[in-house]
Design a protein around this ligand. Structure first.
Ligand code: G3P
Ligand code: CA
Length: 252
């Protein structure tokens, strides 16, 4: 099947809001998601990991310390404990009371308001934990609007096996010797390197495109980087500044 995440010839680069509109609102909250949606982001990136009782929650760090008023690893807290946390005050007093969303809550919000999710399964997960995430996506009837990415090859293998209908992307801090080979092996829709790694070896964009694989580098926040990545022909740019990237796209 054609890869709908490839950039149409002459079209603008897709805008991916990293942890929601995380420069303007507390990352990985529903308010950050709404700001990103209104800014015209094509995809909203978030990170998911399970609570102690196995409920997938949206949180980037391994612990809740930096972005909430609580403490401890996400995996050591129950869903009841996570639901009580304030995930807004650390960013600005105005956001006091913002919650740590469950994956189900976040998908329900996107389903009613519109939008697509670039869902990063953060850190190692067991097969059962990936299965739980797939179950939530299916229960929310959102398989057509979710793109899964991970740094963990094992997670992508589980996802490929459990949910053949989901597009998958591999996150990389440094490039594989043979990126195309890796994408074939895992039947990936996208290869998502750090912008620094990509700019050091830009020819892989053409190689991946020839293989029908999209390229979505992270996390680029300046117009000078946007220009270099756009010129390379990447399909999407993951940014903390989705409103600014959308404006930059419109002005180009
Ligand atoms: O989407 C790519 C990017 O989110 C990967 O790094 O640490 O922000 O999850 P990190
Ligand atoms: Ca992420």
């Amino acid at each position: 099947a054609a890869n709908r995440y490839l950039r149409p010839r002459g079209g603008p680069v897709a805008v991916v809001a990293h942890r929601g509109a995380s420069s303007a609102a507390p990352e990985n909250t529903l308010v950050a998601q709404e700001v990103a949606r209104r800014a015209g982001a094509d995809l909203i990136e978030t990170d998911v990991q399970p609570s102690k009782d196995g409920v997938p929650f949206v949180m980037h760090d391994r612990t809740v310390d930096r972005t909430t008023n609580g403490a401890g690893p996400v995996r050591a807290l129950t869903s009841a404990q996570l639901r009580k946390l304030d995930a807004g005050s650390w960013f600005a007093p105005h956001y006091r009371g913002a919650k740590v969303p469950t994956l189900a809550g976040q998908l329900a919000d996107l389903r009613t308001r519109g939008g697509r999710l670039l869902l990063e399964i953060k850190g190692p997960h067991t097969r059962a934990e990936v299965a739980r995430i797939v179950k939530v996506i299916r229960a929310q009837r959102m398989t057509g609007r979710v793109f899964v990415q991970s740094f963990e090859v094992s997670v992508l293998r589980y996802a490929r096996e459990l949910a053949p209908e989901l597009p998958l992307g591999l996150l990389r801090s440094s490039l594989d010797a043979d990126p195309v080979g890796v994408t074939k092996n895992l039947r990936l829709t996208a290869y998502n390197p750090s912008h620094g790694a990509l700019l050091a070896r830009p020819r892989i964009v053409a190689d991946l495109h020839k293989a029908g694989v999209a390229v979505m580098p992270w996390t680029a926040d300046s117009p000078s980087l946007w220009k270099r990545l756009d010129t390379l022909g990447v399909d999407a740019i993951i940014t903390n500044r989705p409103a600014e990237l959308t404006g930059w796209n419109d002005a180009r």
